[in-house]
Design a protein around this ligand. Structure first.
Ligand code: ADP
Ligand code: MG
Length: 259
């Protein structure tokens, strides 16, 4: 694997300078189906995501990006290997325990927003905490809503919001519970470039100013340029790890991955 960093990010760096990773995959294999039609979507991936880091996951369509996110967060189970959130091995949890962990310790932003149509923006944002029986921190709620420009939109239903506003509601929902880590699958994939830039700037701000750990799948080199690190998948393998990515360095890496 190519790496541009002197620090060994895949293992979280030397013990005295980096805290334990917030999320980690070890020897991750995911096979869909069986027999001759089986697809090996992850082919033995080792990757660790450090506290407060904003990481972009890149690679061609079908390279395993969504699978990595879904297995990393316990929405789906690995065929072999280990997925950890903090010190918790997701493979050892029952389905009910996994659901509880997802509600309390991780946030997820889907490309298609996945908001509940019949609920207002405010109700959508607080839903995970409501389900977990936790009261939202009102100060943090106000701060998030202000920073995301949603203050005048809270009573509206998703159908009354623009795509950019819906995605910002989904991001507020993922961040409100101050999860250990937020996973976002192409969060700007359905947005125009201006709305996309606002969402990316907010995610970068959350990582830098609040230490929110974020892992974001994207195929857009401009989007990856907002992150602190970019990792590259190809055919289910992690093939490169780039520190401080820029649009240019990401484009160069993508060309190598494709060749
Ligand atoms: P990416 O997000 O990088 O486009 P995915 O993780 O969605 O890639 O898919 C990786 C591979 O696994 C692809 O070949 C895809 O067709 C296959 N795959 C993904 N999900 C399923 C599924 N539920 N059943 C069968 N094959 C799947
Ligand atoms: Mg995908």
């Amino acid at each position: 694997m190519r790496t541009s960093s002197t620090r060994d990010q895949a293992t979280g760096g030397s013990p005295d300078e980096s805290p334990a990773p917030v999320a980690r995959l070890v020897g991750a294999v995911k096979t869909y189906g069986s027999g001759p039609g089986a697809v090996r979507a992850l082919n033995g991936v080792d990757v660790a995501f450090g506290a407060g880091a904003f990481t972009a996951v890149m690679g061609p369509s079908g390279s395993g990006k969504s699978t990595l996110l879904h297995c990393g967060v316990g929405l789906d189970r690995l065929t072999e290997g280990t997925a950890l959130i903090g010190g918790t091995d997701l493979g050892l949890l029952r389905d009910r325990e996994l659901t509880l962990l997802r509600r309390t310790r991780v946030g997820f932003v889907f490309q298609a927003f996945n908001l509940i149509p019949s609920l207002s923006a405010r109700e959508n944002i607080t839903l995970p905490l409501d389900l977990a029986g936790r009261a939202p921190d009102q100060g943090f709620f106000d701060e998030l809503i202000g920073a995301l420009g949603l203050s005048s939109r809270l009573a509206h239903r998703p159908s009354e919001l623009s795509g950019g506003q819906q995605q910002r509601v989904a991001i507020a929902r993922a961040l409100l519970g101050r999860p250990d880590i937020v996973f976002a699958d192409e969060p700007t994939g359905n947005l125009d470039s201006r709305a996309g830039a606002e969402v990316l700037a907010f995610l970068r701000h959350a990582a830098r100013e609040r230490g929110q750990s974020i892992v974001m799948v994207t195929h857009d080199p401009v989007a990856a340029g907002y992150a602190d690190r970019a990792v590259f998948l190809s055919d289910g393998n992690l093939v490169a790890d780039l520190a401080a990515p820029t649009r240019e360095s990401v484009l160069a890496e993508l060309q190598q991955v494709a060749s």
